[in-house]
Write a protein that binds this ligand. Structure first.
Ligand SMILES: Cc1cc2nc3c(=O)[nH]c(=O)nc-3n(C[C@H](O)[C@H](O)[C@H](O)COP(=O)(O)O)c2cc1C
Length: 169
């Protein structure tokens, strides 16, 4: 058992414990007034509020995309399908051009929306909060769409997984 006291706090064990929480995988994109577009793989996406419709995600303070995320006029949240692991890996690296050969279109708020995602949320910035070594972004959903079919990509224990067919029916 790990006890979260300063002296013997083990960050690696903490990270592993957090990894026991299974999530989906999203690529969060942002567009800025000067035409910059960025995108990052994120498992910190979550729902917050139905009225107003709010979601959140948190961005590491070390992320190259952080300045553009702060300056963004719009966000695109792309919920990845099981067969989009390559996109998750691509947008989890600090590449100069993440967009090469990535099929996408611009949403109404200038943030890119990726083809093949099982859901898209087009959002406006709503609020930003301190989150320690991350910055927490709240975004207001303006439009969304869901694919009729498609299974989600799952992240658990530091690895990708697929839903088990027929589980927990
Ligand atoms: C499955 C997965 C989930 C991730 N979730 C987050 C997250 O929620 N927040 C974050 O800041 N980085 C997250 N990352 C790491 C970023 O995607 C990665 O640091 C990326 O390179 C940042 O891009 P940038 O430095 O070009 O902005 C995640 C990576 C993976 C593979």
């Amino acid at each position: 058992m790990q006890i979260a006291r300063d002296a013997d706090f083990d960050p690696r064990a903490f990270r592993q414990a957090l990894g026991r929480f299974a999530t989906g995988v999203a690529i969060v994109t942002a567009g800025t007034p000067d035409g910059t577009v960025v995108g990052m793989t994120m498992s910190s996406f979550n729902s917050v509020s139905l009225d107003p419709p709010l979601v959140l995600f948190s961005v590491a303070r070390t992320a190259h995309s952080l300045p553009a995320m702060r300056a963004a006029t719009g966000f695109g949240i792309n919920i990845l399908a099981q067969d989009q692991q390559h996109l998750s890996n691509r947008f989890a690296r600090a590449l100069a051009d993440k967009w090469q050969e990535v099929e996408h279109r611009r949403g109404g708020n200038d943030a890119p929306l990726l083809d093949g995602a099982i859901a898209h949320f087009e959002c406006a910035p709503y609020a930003r909060h301190d989150g320690g070594d991350h910055e927490i972004f709240l975004a207001r959903v303006l439009r969304f769409s869901t694919a009729q079919e498609g299974e989600p990509l799952i992240f658990f224990g530091g690895r990708y997984h697929a839903l088990a067919a027929g589980a927990a029916g």
